[in-house]
Design a protein. Structure first.
Length: 303
């Protein structure tokens, strides 16, 4: 079976497709949250509907579905996508990575200007926190014991979002990306954790908390997210070797240890990720499909 055919089968998995459809519908339906039509709202809409794999909000739904409690986590999934989109807009700015394109389309600042792009990041970040609050209100209406845990779940979700988007997370990761430390393997992994893994952590934590997972297992959930986030970024680096060389990108596992060792790291992280899923009893068909897609991508890019 060719990689192309297998990827098509993965995308056609009914459960995976159902989650993707829900995410896309919520994203396209949320634009009114940004107020009446203005240039700023148009910019937020452009950024949110500009394509993408939607891995992070998908994970929120997949974790919740795996728990099987039937709780509504759509606002939590939206929150993750708001955080992610805001980070992409900021990364592309001339004062940051200075990228003119995002997903084969002009970056937001190229279409709407730097001022509107910056304001869009503020709008999306605050909308993300508002969405956490909305999902907490929804959880409060759920039957016992889930409704009784809503306040604690909201508090833990807010702590996770603030830490993972702040100086200990994505903001600090972007700083290190712009001003690299001495590039040991551990230093590169620290940057990857802060810039990439943290949003996977938010996704898993939100899916777990708002999906009714046992709060005492939250540390194991974060470990699961760590392994997937690391594997995801290593796979991304394997596929971006030529692009990274052209941009003279320094923070790359592949550039530091080479293709083969990076692929070994990837396989180790994937094995740990799948072991964590099994330990948490959420190794569902959708997560199997996600693992398959990442493994195929990495193997193909390894050559």
């Amino acid at each position: 079976m060719t990689g192309k055919t297998k990827e098509k089968r993965n995308l056609e998995n009914p459960h995976f497709l159902r989650c993707k459809t829900i995410v896309e519908s919520e994203i396209f339906g949320c634009i009114e949250r940004f107020g009446k039509k203005t240039k700023l709202r148009d910019a937020c809409e452009y950024a949110l509907t500009n394509g993408g794999k939607r891995f992070r909000p998908l994970i929120v739904l997949m974790v919740s579905d795996a728990l099987g409690n039937g709780l509504d986590v759509r606002d939590a999934a939206l929150s993750v996508e708001f955080f992610h989109t805001a980070s992409l807009i900021a990364d592309d700015l001339p004062c940051m990575d200075n990228d003119d394109e995002r997903r084969d389309k002009p970056s937001l600042h190229k279409v709407y200007g730097e001022t509107i792009a910056l304001l869009s990041t503020y709008a999306l970040m605050t909308a993300a926190f508002e969405a956490i609050h909305k999902n907490s209100l929804s959880l409060k209406k759920s039957p016992a014991p889930f409704g009784e845990r809503a306040n604690e779940a909201c508090s833990l979700a807010l702590e996770c979002a603030a830490r993972c988007s702040g100086i200990s997370g994505a903001t600090g990761g972007q700083f290190l990306d712009l001003y690299p430390p001495t590039l040991t393997v551990e230093a590169i992994k620290d940057v990857i954790y802060k810039k990439t893994v943290t949003l996977f952590e938010v996704s898993f934590v939100f899916g777990w908390l708002f999906g009714g997972g046992d709060i005492s297992s939250l540390d194991r959930v974060k470990t699961c997210a760590y392994h997937l986030g690391m594997a995801f970024q290593i796979a991304d680096d394997l596929g971006d070797v030529l692009q990274d060389e052209k941009k003279e990108k320094e923070i790359s596992i592949v550039k530091k240890v080479g293709m083969e060792k990076s692929y070994e790291f990837f396989l180790e992280e994937m094995a740990s990720f799948e072991a964590c899923l099994k330990d948490l009893s959420i190794y569902t068909q959708s997560f199997m499909e996600l693992s398959d897609r990442l493994r195929e991508q990495a193997a193909r890019d390894r050559g």
